[in-house]
Design a protein around this ligand. Sequence first.
Ligand code: ATP
Ligand code: MG
Length: 358
Amino acid sequence: MNENASFLVLFLAPVKEYLEDDHVSEILINGPSQIYIERNGRLEETAAKFSGEAQLKAAAVNIAKSVDRQLDEAHPDLDARLPDGSRVHATIPPISRCGTILSIRKFKKEMLTMEKLEQFGSIPREGVLLLNAIVKLRKNVIVSGGTSSGKTSVLNALSGLIPENDRILVLEDASELQLQQKHCVYFETRKPDKNGQGEFSIRDLVIASLRLRPDRLVIGEIRGGEALDLLQAMNTGHSGSMSTIHANSPIDALSRMETCAIMSGIQLPLSAIRMQVASAINCVVHTMRLPDGSRKIVEIAEVLPLEHGEYRMRTLMQWKTESVAPDGSVTGRFVAGEEPTFRSQAEILHLELPERPS
Ligand SMILES: Nc1ncnc2c1ncn2[C@@H]1O[C@H](COP(=O)(O)OP(=O)(O)OP(=O)(O)O)[C@@H](O)[C@H]1O
Ligand SMILES: [Mg+2]
């Protein structure tokens, strides 16, 4: 039996088969008799069933107990990472209307590297050259995309391009990243205990980490007020930092950073926040899950200075979908965009870039 699955399997016998199948990345349980899985990137409905709501709820409550958390009327929602690294989210009625809802994102033993992304056709060679120059030139990067579009995987692969002699601090809500460098220090947030005490948020981590002499910060995901602390860090000497954000396009990623910075509660005029975003974020790498379940880096964009208070971006590379077959399979190609502003900087460091379009 897969070691990662052995812990969960105690409570989740009806979906044991999927916990043990390495091609299955997620298990989505919508009440006792509707269970979907994601296998090889695609969602499938399964015939698996729990004997009833009581069995399913007992499984969810036991999972909560096993990580010393509560799942009951007063705490109807659980977001937990299990000791094996799997992420579990549970919601019980009456918050959910069709019984207990459980979603399990299985722990990946191996994170994707840039070489693998290239092999899978998620990025072309020219894209890898661009990203390599972006990271080596210490540009600050945000990886954007929708849910499960591959943001964390791309962040992990990007971090692989950081030179070995930089001191990297990795800050996460639930540890997923596995960097290849030796000089990496990992931190994880802590949720409040049963009495609401002891929380250590990603924001607390960003502030604490700045005292630990980071050369680069790698932050799992920006969801709230920590955006402002990260922007300030990026603007004050911690260049070459990277994170991810949930957004629908590169420009939307900048707006989302803005919204998150406002969530910090620190009163700053919008124009000041916008200036911070535009000067701190140098590049956005946008990811997408295509209809055939594959994930791609669909755009690499550079952030230019604000013009009349509005964001401006330059697309350096883009994926163009040409057709989608009835079975969902996608054909298309990567196309070069505009010239990067950093070509001469890259040349000074002898970093290879895609040829200039003739
Ligand atoms: N380029 C890729 N090719 C194939 N599979 C991929 C690729 N990138 C990611 N995946 C798979 O897709 C799933 C989601 O990836 P990942 O966790 O990186 O996405 P995410 O956008 O960070 O998700 P979330 O929104 O939950 O944070 C994982 O199972 C991962 O292994
Ligand atoms: Mg993620």
